[in-house]
Design a protein around this ligand. Structure first.
Ligand code: COA
Length: 282
């Protein structure tokens, strides 16, 4: 559906760009002509994704940074700017999440997720937008939230709280920075299978089956569907879309309670499996 040069001459920084949906968005943007710069905590996936892009004829760079550390984000943005020649877009995709009964969480667990999702998104947004405002250049920010950012959801309370904050930030800054030609939008995905999300959120075959049985389309999202939506929202034809949150979940949240509400009836064995999975994955 897109012109092959939809994102030609664009340069996009993607946090969490080495794996999962970040990787899918990076690969798609690169095929559409953008230079991409990947930021994440682990070197290996960043290097691997950048290599895959370059092998397909695209432009890619990467830097390790924990988005909770503003100084590290600033250094990564500097490097992206130098390597790509400039930056005009940011995708705040890095996330942290896990299923847990909230009364068992430590304050540090809450802080870890809010630090990555809410503070991390603020850090990268601030770092790029200050440069855009200073240089009087337009910019575009895309925040990956979740369908439960608006509704809330039990059992993912740190993530729901943080994503709600990111959604509020998206709308607030869309208005505040429109005068600088900086657009901010959000995508609210439903369930898209990734290693990171599945190991933490849908860790058993029974849990996966329960999700599918309740889903109006009886299927999960495809990475290409989310990557195409992201490419469109970043592109010039989407210029008048600002402060929006586009849901992509096959209708799962349209008439449902959304999120992990169905787990209120989960047996103790389910929670034991969740905790086993936590010990198994890095
Ligand atoms: N359930 C309950 N508490 C958990 C938990 C879980 N599954 N995983 C971690 N925690 C707690 C830890 O016990 C720790 O608290 P404590 O110091 O009081 O013991 C706190 O959270 C921080 O954990 P730690 O592993 O030190 O943090 P980290 O910064 O290395 O990792 C996470 C951050 C916890 C969010 C980790 O899951 C992560 O790195 N996630 C990134 C990828 C991801 O989540 N992807 C899914 C996207 S949908």
């Amino acid at each position: 559906m897109f012109e092959p040069d939809l994102l030609k001459d664009r340069s996009i920084l993607i946090t969490g760009g080495g794996t999962g949906l970040g990787r899918a968005m990076a690969l798609r943007a690169a095929v559409l002509g953008a230079g991409v710069f990947l930021v994440g905590r682990r070197e290996a996936p960043l290097e691997d994704t950048a290599k895959a892009i370059v092998e397909r004829g695209g432009r890619a760079g990467w830097a390790t940074a924990d988005v909770r550390d503003f100084g590290a984000v600033e250094r990564a943005v500097d490097r992206a700017w130098k390597e790509l020649g400039s930056l005009d877009s940011l995708i705040n995709n890095a996330a942290g999440n896990f299923l847990a009964r909230t009364e068992r969480l430590s304050p540090n667990a809450f802080a870890a997720v809010v630090g990555i999702v809410l503070e991390g998104s603020f850090h990268s947004t601030l770092a790029v937008a200050r440069r855009w405002i200073e240089a009087e250049r337009p910019g575009c920010v895309l925040n990956i939230v979740a369908t439960y950012a608006a509704s809330g959801s039990p059992y993912v309370v740190p993530s729901a709280s943080a994503k709600a904050g990111v959604l509020a930030m998206t709308k607030s800054l869309a208005v505040e920075w429109a005068r600088y030609h900086i657009r901010l939008n959000a995508i609210a995905p439903g369930p898209f299978p990734t290693e990171g999300a599945w190991s933490r959120l849908i860790p058993t075959p029974e849990a996966e089956r329960a999700w599918l049985e309740e889903h109006p389309m009886r299927r999960f999202g495809r990475h290409s569907e989310l990557a195409d939506l992201a490419a469109y929202l970043l592109s010039a034809p989407a210029e008048y879309i600002n402060g929006a949150c586009v849901t992509i979940d096959g209708g799962a949240s349209a008439c449902a309670q959304g999120g992990f509400t169905h787990l209120v009836d989960a047996p103790a064995e389910f929670w034991e499996a969740v905790e086993r999975e936590r010990r198994r994955t890095p």
